[in-house]
Design a protein around this ligand. Structure first.
Ligand SMILES: NC(=O)c1ccc[n+]([C@@H]2O[C@H](COP(=O)([O-])OP(=O)(O)OC[C@H]3O[C@@H](n4cnc5c(N)ncnc54)[C@H](O)[C@@H]3O)[C@@H](O)[C@H]2O)c1
Length: 341
């Protein structure tokens, strides 16, 4: 299959590209940068269309010239950027989804797979929060009230559903919670996401990481390669899934101290000091929950491929294999920011 991957140079997209190639498919990356830092080994072989997802004519051209069968739409800006510039944020995150759906309709593509977010949901009631931590399923109403990013994800999901029902375009929206992995430290990813990569890259450099509190927080942390795997499951699922929205996660619940233990197991000598208590990212208790992935398992065949320990070892192995150098990441203190979604 020939698959357009928007945002294919990003921290999740790069793994989608790798898994598609591994499974014998042909990805075509559509991104507004030509930064191959996460795909250095494949830079000469990959087909990259440099362009903006809001350039509809260019999207159509890319789909047409490359005989695209399916579009994976990952390109987006993060919550802080979307809130800071709501018009642009909504255009890049929601209008672009309509462009992908319309491109699929006009050019006869089978399916659009879209990376949504748990941010699409309205406020979670207490049963989903600590200590009950009932896994968050797709039955929780989607009704975000204070985030342009989240509203743009809901708008995208709704337009996908309508293209599915009206025009028969296959549409799969995947909602993620916290994601960790290689490269997720650019300012565009937001300070509140720095915690995971800080522990790993500081450890690789022999630099201590100190986190004053939050070690006992329980949350769903999904490795970027499992995120990519869910996208590929969304592409390949047969028959076309009955539902259009799926929750994706690690299928497990981990504490931040367990994350640190996994780093210590992967990088002997890692110096990580984590205080007790909750809310390591200073985002409030409502920012921590676990995902119910049963619908994705049943309809998409999605199963997480990595335990936490395996994920960190894999991350370190890939940095070494690709020659990606760690950088020192100082403790940010109170990280705060908008929800990591
Ligand atoms: N915690 C998380 O990381 C998280 C959680 C939920 C959902 N998501 C979603 O996953 C998807 C991928 O996120 P990521 O972490 O890989 O992001 P990323 O920033 O690493 O990658 C996004 C890519 O999209 C490209 N891009 C951005 N704007 C573009 C535009 N206007 N035109 C063309 N390309 C553009 C960027 O250059 C980048 O390569 C996004 O849709 C994001 O909303 C992420």
């Amino acid at each position: 299959m020939r698959i357009l991957v928007t945002g294919g140079l990003g921290v999740n997209g790069c793994w989608v590209v790798r898994e598609l190639i591994e499974k014998g498919h042909t990805p075509v990356i559509y991104d507004n940068r030509s930064d191959f830092s996460l795909l250095p080994d494949l830079s000469g072989e990959l087909n990259l269309v440099v362009g903006d997802v809001l350039d509809f004519a260019n999207v159509i051209r890319a789909v047409k010239e490359n005989n695209i069968d399916c579009i994976c739409h990952l390109a987006a800006v993060y919550p802080d950027a979307a809130d800071a510039n709501p018009l642009q944020g909504f255009q890049i995150n929601a209008m672009s989804t309509v462009y992908m759906l319309e491109a699929a309709r006009i050019m006869d593509c089978d399916r659009v797979v879209f990376t949504s977010s748990v941010g699409a949901l309205g406020p979670l009631t207490d049963e989903y929060l600590y200590p009950t931590l009932k896994p968050v399923g797709e039955d929780v109403p989607a009704y975000p009230m204070k985030a342009v990013y989240s509203a743009s994800k809901v708008a995208s999901e709704l337009m996908g559903l309508n293209y599915k029902n009206l025009y028969g375009i296959g549409f799969v929206a995947l909602r993620y919670a916290a994601i960790f992995g290689m490269g997720k430290k650019d300012p565009r990813h937001g300070l509140h996401n720095i915690l995971w990569i800080q522990m790993v890259e500081n450890a690789l450099l022999g630099i201590p990481t100190v986190l004053e509190h939050g070690g006992d927080e329980i949350m769903d942390m999904t490795y970027a390669r499992d995120v990519a795997h869910s996208v590929v499951c969304g592409v390949l699922a047969e028959p076309t899934p009955e539902h259009h929205v799926f929750h994706i996660g690690s299928g497990r619940r981990y504490t931040v101290k367990q994350f640190a233990d996994a780093v210590r197991a992967a990088i002997p000598g890692a110096q990580i000091e984590i205080g007790d208590g909750r809310d390591p990212r200073n985002m409030g208790p409502r920012a921590y929950y676990v995902m119910d992935i049963s619908r994705a398992t049943k309809e998409l065949g999605y199963e997480p491929q990595f335990t936490l320990e395996e994920a960190i070892k894999d991350w370190v192995m890939w940095m070494d294999r690709l020659g990606i150098q760690p950088t020192a990441i100082p403790s940010a203190g109170g990280q705060g920011g908008s929800f990591s979604r």
